[in-house]
Write a protein that binds this ligand. Structure first.
Ligand code: ANZ
Ligand code: ZN
Length: 835
């Protein structure tokens, strides 16, 4: 019988589909397992990164079903976004058409891979049945003050007439049309994610099943700093400048101040001084530099004196105020008290402009002096030159000084976050319309909830250059004000597509609910996601936004959970020739072609076998051939012995007596049960499918070895075939999550009940798995000298003889008197010698 993988795969995909094998079991009271992979953008075709992501999830979903869980394993489409618009313009089609065609094509591709999705729960975020609820959330957030509108600086491309994300600005130019990108003030909508900053941070400690590096990235992104706000009066004026510092302990070491070129006081400070023109010139020039460049640490520090002075509120010293290019307006207060002795940026600035340096923190062990310092001392120490605070440790001084400032009313404890509110406005067509109306009389008026959805008009013609057609579409824009009935205009911005992906995992629990966004029973039954799997490129934005949305929806009463994803696996990239597979590099391996040439099972096994999931995986032609050879070998092994296998019974007595009579059979049984233990552990606990597969391969090797031995028909008795069948069954069951088609086919041929995904995962007999021999350590006078294999049931005397007879041990005992031998059964033996 030939391994006709394409016929086999077609057949099983059809059967699973007809029998609705993967339909989510809602009602049963089995424990639940929600397995989710990040849904794809319907770009046109599945790529190997998808295949890897979804194969990992599929193995886990299938395994959990076999382990007795009811499993939710859904799939859908992150279907709004810019590429659809660009492709539509390029090919003269409509984004909706392009998107839905891609979805149809890619769904087929996924089906060809045999993934165990419950397709009845499929979601496409560009369906109004989905985004309608997003619009409702927007309105409810608006009511709660979690959405607001403000002017902010954006990257504006004249060519494309839209705001660009930072990632779309390349060297100051538009990634698409190449025109210069300018900073522009624009009104837009924001989600108040900062209101949840503290909780988003503190809950990180509860995310025990997330990779450490993702947690660190999120922590840094949220960027909490505990410090103080301090007012510095301006010399000769009735005004003061407020600064934020994390080092109030260095207050006595301030020798100048730096404010951002965007600080509203720049010009008023300079006005009337000799520096006015220079300051104006500096601030103007600064405005033209793209922001991203400024945030780079290595950027040369630069500034100008404003002509004005501030007064240190504790020393009454007069210090010059500078405008400096490294002070950001949107962090803290946009103004900094500069302490060059203890802050590296201030140090460099002071050196460049010959400003004084004053040491106020002495580290233990060395004596800092301003003249000999080559860099700032940013570490802890004891306060010096700090009035009544001198002598305190810096840590204690922080508190003492803040207390003092609070008492004097010139400063207070303050927490700052780096996290900014989430700007969700896009001047794009292919997105969720923001459901508000602008009325000259009433201002911003929410669309009444009963009028939702605000449907995206599908008949709009796309405009050259990607400009949104919505503002010019009168039947969309011109509306009656819901409040006063007068003429009003509909909002034409659409939402960032990250909004859709921030709650799709909740909707999967009740995708057909059409009276409300979420059914609380379903959400309760399935959430949180037990295992989420996706690319590490989403470590910050998508995963942070999803956490934020979960908390918002909790506070709106839709869900009861605090966090959406209990366990997170970030899978590595798929590389070819050492580089990430990408169209631009021309190193793409097309999954379709691979499935055609080798079958889906081979592709799945290769991808799982080539690397542990969190590591990068190097595509290799020999690797995929190896995986194919393995499956072909398994195919032959079973089909060539089919009659005997079918007939054999894995009767307990038979198995035991057969392995008692034949050493080789005993070893095979042991291997079988060891493999069950190992594969279960590797797959379920560690998700290390590569080592699981190699254990299965070893078992197949062992099996082939036993079958290759020449034996007479009578030697191959019932007992023999029982042991063989036990091993073959283990292979099929253990391999079925990874290679579901071939294993169902072979199991069916053997007369097993199929599909295997509906069968119980094998349980190892630990007694059988136990090895007869153990390794123990041999010490001489407490020092490890050798490790020896002994039979588990060896007597103390036998062990002693073996240990003393070992060459490596003899070297240390020869010619010496053996005083004592201490034996810890199964662990170690210590030989005490003297003389
Ligand atoms: C005085 C000082 C002395 C500082 C010292 C540091 C060391 P993190 O930890 O990132 O929160 N800073 C405050 N606002 C700033 C802004 N808008 N742009 C640039 N820098 C700003 O950093 C807080 C520290 O960064 C603050 O503490 C302030 O410098 C500076 F020995 O104040 B420090
Ligand atoms: Zn009105």
């Amino acid at each position: 019988m030939r391994y006709d993988f394409s016929a086999i795969e077609d057949k099983w995909q059809r059967i699973w589909n007809e029998k609705e094998v993967f339909r989510t079991e809602e009602a049963s009271d089995l424990p639940k397992f929600y397995c989710l992979e990040m849904f794809p953008y319907p770009s046109g075709r599945i790529h190997m990164g998808h295949v890897r992501n979804y194969t990992i999830g599929d193995v886990l979903a299938r395994l959990k079903r076999m382990k007795g869980f009811k499993v939710l394993h859904p799939m859908g489409w992150d279907a709004f976004g810019l590429p659809a618009e660009n492709a539509a313009i390029k090919h003269g089609t409509h984004p909706a058409k392009w998107t839905y065609e891609n979805i149809d094509y890619m769904r087929d591709q996924l089906k060809k891979l045999g993934f165990s999705y419950d397709w009845s729960r499929e979601i496409a975020t560009c369906d109004s049945s989905y985004y309608k609820w997003e619009q409702l959330f927007f309105l409810e957030m608006l009511e709660k003050g979690l959405v607001y509108r403000k002017k902010s600086k954006v990257n504006w491309c004249e060519g494309c007439q839209t705001v660009l994300a930072n990632e779309q600005v390349i060297d100051g130019e538009c990634w698409r049309c190449g025109k210069e990108v300018v900073e522009q003030e624009r009104e837009g909508w924001f989600f108040k994610i900062t209101q949840y900053a503290e909780e988003l941070l503190s809950c990180i400690d509860s995310l025990k099943g997330w990779p450490e590096k993702v947690l660190t990235m999120q922590k840094n992104w949220i960027g909490k700093s505990v410090g103080a706000e301090i007012e510095f009066p301006i010399d000769g004026r009735d005004e003061s400048i407020k600064i934020f510092t994390t080092r109030p302990d260095t207050l006595f070491g301030v020798t100048f101040m730096s404010i951002s070129p965007e600080h509203p006081m720049c010009m008023s400070l300079a006005s009337g001084t000799a520096e006015e023109a220079k300051v104006r010139e500096f601030c103007e020039r600064w405005k033209r530099i793209p922001k991203r460049e400024l945030q780079m640490e290595e950027k040369e520090k630069e500034g100008v004196f404003t002509g004005a002075y501030a007064i240190n509120p504790v020393t009454q010293e007069k210090v010059p105020i500078f405008v400096a290019n490294f002070v950001l307006m949107d962090y803290g207060t946009g103004a900094v008290m500069a302490v060059p002795a203890h802050d590296q940026r201030d140090f460099e600035f002071a050196k460049k402009y010959s400003l004084p340096i004053k040491v106020v923190i002495q580290p233990e062990g060395t004596e800092l002096s301003p003249d000999s310092m080559e860099e700032a001392w940013e570490g802890p120490g004891v306060l010096v030159n700090s009035g009544k605070f001198s002598g305190l440790k810096s840590r204690d001084a922080k508190e003492a000084i803040v207390k003092f400032l609070e008492k004097e009313g010139i400063g207070r404890k303050k927490v700052s976050f780096r996290l900014r509110d989430w700007g969700i406005s896009r001047q794009r067509y292919w997105g969720t319309p923001i459901p508000v109306i602008h009325c000259d009389k009433c201002g911003i008026v929410p669309v009444p909830k009963e009028d939702l959805p605000v449907e995206l008009p599908l008949h709009a013609d796309l405009l050259e250059g990607g400009r949104s057609p919505l503002p010019e579409l009168d039947e969309f824009v011109d509306v009656e004000c819901p409040q006063c009935g007068g003429r009003a205009k509909r909002e034409t911005d659409t939402m960032d597509t990250f909004v859709e992906s921030s709650w799709y995992f909740l909707r999967y629990s009740c995708p057909h609910e059409d009276s409300k966004p979420l059914d609380s029973q379903s959400v309760k039954a399935w959430l949180p996601v037990d295992q989420y799997i996706g690319g590490v490129e989403h470590a910050i934005l998508h995963l942070l936004y999803s956490r934020f949305f979960t908390k918002v929806l909790r506070d709106l009463g839709y869900v009861e959970i605090d966090e959406p994803f209990t366990n997170l696996l970030t899978q590595g990239m798929v590389l070819k020739d050492g580089a990430k597979m990408s169209k631009s590099k021309g190193n793409v391996v097309d999954p379709d072609a691979m499935i055609k040439a080798y079958g889906a099972d081979t592709v799945r096994v290769f991808i799982l076998f080539a690397a542990p999931p969190e590591r990068d995986l190097e595509w290799s032609d020999t690797g995929i051939e190896g995986a194919h050879r393995f499956l072909t070998r398994l195919w032959r092994l079973v089909t060539e012995n089919l009659d005997d296998l079918k007939e054999a019974k894995c009767d307990h007595e038979l198995l035991t007596s057969a392995s008692e009579q034949d050493k080789r059979l005993k070893a095979l049984r042991q291997k079988t049960h060891q493999t069950i233990l190992k594969v279960t552990e590797d797959c379920e606990k560690r998700l290390h499918f590569n080592t699981a597969i190699s254990a299965i391969m070893e078992l197949v090797n062992e099996l082939s070895g036993v079958l290759a031995e020449e034996k007479t028909k009578t030697e191959r008795d019932k007992g023999f075939w029982a042991v063989i069948k036990e091993a073959v069954n283990a292979v099929l069951f253990l391999l079925s999550p990874m290679a579901p088609h071939i294993t169902d086919e072979l199991a069916e041929l053997m007369g097993e009940e199929v599909p295997l995904v509906n069968r119980k995962w094998p349980v190892a007999d630990e007694e059988v798995a136990k090895s007869d021999s153990v390794q123990i350590a041999v010490q001489v006078n407490g020092k490890l000298r050798a490790k020896i294999e002994i039979m588990r049931n060896a007597t103390e005397d036998e062990v002693k003889q073996m240990a003393l007879g070992d060459e490596r041990v003899k070297r240390h005992t020869e010619g010496k008197a053996i005083k004592k031998v201490i034996y810890v059964p199964g662990r170690l033996i210590n030989i005490v010698v003297g003389g």
